[in-house]
Design a protein around this ligand. Structure first.
Ligand SMILES: NC(=O)c1ccc[n+]([C@@H]2O[C@H](COP(=O)([O-])OP(=O)(O)OC[C@H]3O[C@@H](n4cnc5c(N)ncnc54)[C@H](OP(=O)(O)O)[C@@H]3O)[C@@H](O)[C@H]2O)c1
Length: 338
């Protein structure tokens, strides 16, 4: 199956990406045991299917090392030119505190070495505590390293609209912010989307499948108790479902998505991803991949085969309005981490 042109985004002049990114948090532990060889084998499968863009972080267990090894094997088997077909977006998640050029450079150097790249495609920066304004220093040092060619583009993850605005106003060029965005968690629609559209910043979204809950597997199923949750991802999003409206309303959402899915001859997961992907501000949806344990390559390829229409959105919105206001309960994007 070859992907249509719409599966790709010219994200920056030098980065052409697949709009469905492979998420690597799932290799970090708490999602099943990962075998490095099977994981790399699976990375080739994703890549060859057209899923060429990876989302990872310095703290996702072996994720950066897997990218490094994948690149080496790709070069060995297919030649150096093949390396330009991978895009790997990592994150830096430091502990708050004083930021010096040395601290920032040391961490970037580690990611460069582990991923075996001369320059990071995208460095997504996370900060735990807004009351500590050292995040601005960290970003300025990152901008210096970008000017020296060690980072291609600067990005953020889990920043709220207010702080994204502060950073932008400080003259730091941010190309994307990674946030939770799904048919359960629609908080980005309140303020983030509008700001990003005005400033040409893309959103990369996670939690779009609620750790797999937004799929046929949970349709018509009784509410799982905490022992029935297989992964840390499911634990995270079960809490979100509870805060949003609970299991009964979630079942109504699943039934509604199933109707829409049947109409388009796709899966519930396809509809859930498509709904977020169609937001003009969204550059890509990140779907977690338990490399070597489970895969949904063929199913996820169908995301690019259809579009939601007005009638579909009416049905979805009729469920959404019955949910609690997560923006009022939790706050803006990323506030769940603070
Ligand atoms: N910046 C941040 O703070 C942050 C936070 C969380 C995640 N992330 C990023 O986002 C990525 C996504 O992770 P997530 O935890 O949010 O999980 P997710 O993408 O919402 O869910 C991933 C799970 O969905 C299931 N799935 C995938 N495709 C499917 C399909 N077509 N049909 C049915 N089920 C399907 C798989 O479950 P099975 O494996 O059980 O089959 C997979 O493990 C992470 O890897 C990471 O890169 C970032």
């Amino acid at each position: 199956m070859t992907f249509p042109q719409s599966s790709r985004l010219q994200f920056t002049p030098d980065l052409n990406i697949c709009r469905l990114l492979n998420g690597m948090w799932q290799v970090s532990g708490g999602h099943g045991r990962i075998n490095a060889n099977s994981a790399i084998e699976m990375m080739f499968k994703y890549h060859d299917a057209g899923f060429t863009t990876w989302d990872l972080a310095d703290h996702y267990g072996p994720a950066e090392d897997l990218i490094g090894e994948f690149r080496r094997q790709l070069m060995k088997t297919r030649g150096e030119a093949a390396l330009s077909s991978i895009q790997a977006f990592t994150k830096w998640v430091p502990r708050p505190g004083k930021m010096t050029r040395e601290i920032v450079e040391k961490n970037i150097q580690t990611s460069l070495r582990r991923m075996d790249v001369p320059s990071l495609d995208l460095l997504q920066f996370h900060w735990w505590d807004y009351s500590d304004s050292n995040y601005l220093d960290a970003l300025k040092f990152m901008a210096d390293l970008q000017a020296e060619g060690k980072i291609k583009h600067l990005a953020l993850t889990n920043f709220d609209t207010e702080h994204l605005e502060i950073i932008t106003a400080a003259g730091i060029k941010i190309v994307s912010n990674q946030v939770q965005f799904s048919l359960v968690d629609r908080r980005p629609e309140v303020a983030m989307v509008q700001f990003c559209q005005q400033h040409n910043i893309k959103l990369f979204t996670y939690g779009t499948l609620c750790g797999g809950f937004l799929s046929e597997k949970y349709l018509g199923k009784p509410e799982p108790n905490r022992f029935g949750l297989e992964t840390v991802s499911q634990k995270k999003y079960k809490q979100m479902i509870d805060a949003w409206g609970g299991w009964q309303l979630f079942q109504e959402l699943l039934h509604c998505l199933k109707q829409i899915a049947d109409k388009h001859q796709v899966s519930i997961a396809n509809v859930a991803v498509r709904a977020i992907l169609e937001n003009p501000c969204v550059g890509g949806v990140i779907v977690g991949a338990r490399l070597g344990i489970a895969e949904h390559i063929q199913d996820n390829q169908r995301v690019f085969d259809f579009e939601l229409d007005g009638e579909d959105w009416q049905k979805i919105n009729a469920i959404s309005i019955q949910s609690r206001d997560l923006f009022a309960i939790i706050g803006d994007c990323g506030d769940e981490y603070r």
